[in-house]
Write a protein that binds this ligand. Structure first.
Ligand code: ARE
Length: 546
């Protein structure tokens, strides 16, 4: 074995300090190393085999303290021991707004939540049959429900002037949609949220604008002469044909017009070839300046951060510049659909954690992954993301997915998955309605989960509500769950046993995701009433504080 088969470099994911401890990761070619020991100062620590992919294997050691260290690795392979190193470095430390760690998010799609008594929706609407007319006044009126749930941060899908109910096609980035109540109600909402210590992140759609945004309309009108020509990715002139324009201006009802336009051709790039969403040209510096300006504006108006739509469709370097221009206490979450390494660290604090969601689907929904592989997958993500894992935006569902309860089809299974989410690394979130067992429509579209919130309490699932509240309470009260180290004990036959540890604080979690009763041996420090063995019913979980 040669040193070429090992890898370590003091960098964000191989040497980092977090919450007062230091993580050291060592990688080797898979199957080569029987034991790895970290030698740091006068200490020798056997490294834990953490995970593997097809090619590599990762080992991890965790040390108390966060200062610079001198260290090397003693690597055993085929009866030989080699020393790899020495290294002398300062661990990487991520800069994340401190407030983020203690939060549990609640995601609301304003149109589908609640129609306020004082709401006077007006303004132009496209495809009005899709509107449910929820608004910001509605959210204000339901803040007791939100606060009562225990969540302490909101993520609102877009609230700016737009012609669709989902508002991912923005026509004015500096105006809260009048159909939602406009800027006045927004200011009241911000004030009320601050009073209740509920943080707010907004949805920034900067991959594309609406077709009806004045900048794009200018390009359509003036063609190559428009000063916004470079704002978009125009592929030829005229931007749209006469036929397109005629259809657009015709008196036909929107649904019909919409369908017709979809079939036509146009000379610009757009989001998934949706004509309504012309893509911005991120090579143009004015576009960067525009995005920065909008983001700063709403942070000054009281937002605490941004979720950035189709962030993976915008060059990572742009986000690096934007991060630098934002106040340090703003939480920035990118929507990145798969491996997010390129978008983390100096760019986003976290991304919408789709890779974790995929693992959760495989283990909790499809059963196509056993507990051991699930653990390996979790640890692989951890090896990839390092400290960024603790500020990822984690979810079981959102406005683009099916509702999780529909996918698992059963309350107890849903609650097991929720228990996992609330006790795992990363910022947990709940999609409005999940707390009362709201079901989706089961259509195959993106919008199947966007059922209007049900406020008739007779239709609520009170057991889900009770358990959700209890889990949120636990999460919020426990620093170990928020920032603690993840220590797997055993992941086997549908039974997940692990700890979260932060200093002297620790939590033990047992999830029985199987159809049989299982006896669980509880580590000594958690033993309730002197019982070292606890029985877990099928599809149930247990959380114990040590
Ligand atoms: C609407 C209908 C759809 C219809 C579509 C096209 O709901 O059923 O297919 O129109 O006519 C917003 C609205 C949607 C709307 C869409 C287009 O919320 O309702 O769709 O605009 O008008 C990809 C992207 C990812 C994106 C998802 C939706 O990579 O960025 O698709 N997510 C964001 C938002 C959406 C939003 C937009 C982007 C647009 O969260 O809500 O849609 O601003 C695989 C692929 C992914 C793909 C994913 C789709 O995982 O790997 O790349 O994500 O499937 O689920």
């Amino acid at each position: 074995i040669g040193k070429g088969e090992f890898f370590h470099r003091p960098s964000a994911t191989y040497l980092y300090s977090f919450a007062g401890r230091t993580h050291v990761i060592f990688r080797s070619l898979r199957g080569k190393v029987s034991r790895a020991v970290l030698r740091a100062g006068n200490r020798e620590i056997v490294m834990r085999p953490k995970t593997h992919d097809d090619i590599f294997e990762y080992f991890e050691a965790v040390l108390p303290g966060k200062g610079s260290i001198e260290y090397s690795f003693l690597v055993e392979s085929e009866g030989e021991t080699i020393e790899y190193g020495p290294f002398d470095a300062e661990p990487y430390r991520s800069e994340t707004p401190e407030w983020v760690f203690g939060r549990v998010f609640y995601q609301i799609m304003p149109d589908r939540f609640e129609k306020g008594m004082s709401g006077t929706p007006r303004g132009e609407a496209l495809r009005s049959e899709e509107f449910h007319r929820g608004d910001l006044a509605g959210i204000m009126e339901r803040l007791d429900h939100i606060e009562g749930l225990g969540v302490n941060a909101l993520y609102l899908t877009p609230v700016f002037e737009s012609m669709t109910y989902h508002r991912y096609d923005v026509t004015d980035y500096f105006m809260v949609d009048r159909k939602l109540g406009g800027g006045v109600v927004f200011r009241e909402l911000v004030r009320e949220l601050k009073k209740r210590d509920i943080k707010l992140i907004l949805d920034g759609v900067f991959h594309h604008t609406s077709f009806f945004h004045p900048y794009f309309q200018d390009v359509i009108g003036k063609g190559g002469e428009s000063k916004y020509r470079e704002f978009y990715r125009i592929t030829g002139f005229p931007v749209i044909s006469q036929e397109f324009l005629n259809t657009l201006k015709s008196e036909e009802p929107w649904p019909k017009k919409y369908r017709k336009l979809k079939e036509m051709e146009w000379n610009y790039e757009s989001f998934y070839s949706v004509w309504m969403m012309p893509r911005l040209n991120h090579d143009t510096p004015e576009v960067w300046r525009f995005i920065t300006e909008v983001m700063k504006y709403w942070l000054e108006k009281g937002a605490d951060g941004w979720r950035l739509d189709v962030a993976h469709g915008v060059p990572p370097e742009l986000w690096r510049g934007i991060r630098k221009a934002m106040p340090r206490n703003a939480y920035l979450v990118g929507e990145v659909m798969d491996d997010a390494r390129l978008w983390l660290f100096e760019k986003f604090h976290g991304t919408m954690n789709y890779p974790l969601y995929e693992l959760i689907l495989r283990f909790f929904v499809e059963g196509s992954m056993d507990a051991g592989d699930f653990l390996n997958g979790l640890e692989l993500l951890s090896a990839y993301y390092g400290p960024a894992e603790y500020t990822m935006y984690n979810f079981l569902d959102n406005h683009d997915t099916e509702r999780f309860i529909d996918l698992v089809g059963d309350k107890n299974r849903y609650l097991c998955a929720l228990a996992f989410l609330m006790t795992y690394k990363g910022i947990p979130s709940i999609f409005y309605g999940d707390e009362v067992g709201l079901r989706g429509t089961r259509s195959s579209g993106l919008d199947s989960g966007r059922t209007p919130m049900v406020w008739d309490e007779k239709l609520w699932d009170w057991e889900i509500l009770k358990t959700t509240k209890a889990l949120i309470r636990l999460r919020r009260a426990s620093r170990a769950l928020q920032v603690g180290e993840f220590r797997p004990i055993s992941f086997k036959d549908g039974l997940l046993l692990y700890e979260r540890v932060h200093g002297s604080e620790s939590v033990f979690i047992g999830i029985n995701y199987s159809g049989e009763r299982r006896a669980v041996e509880v580590p000594e420090r958690y033993i309730p009433e002197g019982r070292a063995k606890v029985e877990l019913a099928p599809w149930s979980f247990l959380v114990l504080e040590g």
